[in-house]
Ligand binder design. Sequence first.
Ligand code: MN3
Length: 243
Amino acid sequence: MLATHIDKEAFMTASNSRPEAARAQARHPEGESTAAQGEEEAQAPRQHVLPPLPYSVNALEPVISAKTLTFHYEKHHKGYVDKLNTLLAGSSLADLSLEELILHTAGKPQNAEIFNNAAQAWNHTFYWHCLTPQVAGDVPPALGRKLRESFGDVAGFKREFAQAAVSQFGSGWAWLVADGPALRVIKTPNGDDPLPQHLRPLLTLDVWEHAYYLDYQNRRADYVQAVLDRLINWEFAAANLGE
Ligand code: MN3
């Protein structure tokens, strides 16, 4: 398969220079863009694509309404992907994967617009998979053990994560990341994400106002708590441990 071959090449390239980010990248669900849809287009420039949502737009109700999810996915997420393709047209960076773009442009003011849109494209696909309407009862054992080691218990993790999500000033993201053997909670402003820090993302929560304002207005804490209690995809987080 052409796409698989390209993905593998991108992974190998990233592995050589940035192993932590490459491992994170390897587990990013459907976030990888493809260079071409068919062999007849093999010479065409890479087009970043908007991956499908992993559930219907009303699947997360009542915690996240269909109206919020529709705007968030069809306007905001799609907007980042479309803008990125516009920015990359004719650029020397046009052949890079999303992850490669993020690592290549992070911290470079001249590439800030490409970084912001590439990171937001990646972050949103990751975020959709962090949520699920089918929350299982228990945290998978390997993840539960690591959460206890780092936060005392799952409730301790939720408290620290909620604190990060609520205290992020302005737009941004809260993350559970693996930092070597330990788990940590971090927050990032705007489009920033953990990849340039060589941390492995396990979970994220979008705390931009567009993620919750239609449903919760200014009550970000209520959105954060409702998602933590009812929508977290623990199986996805556990899979991201890579163990
Ligand atoms: Mn968003």
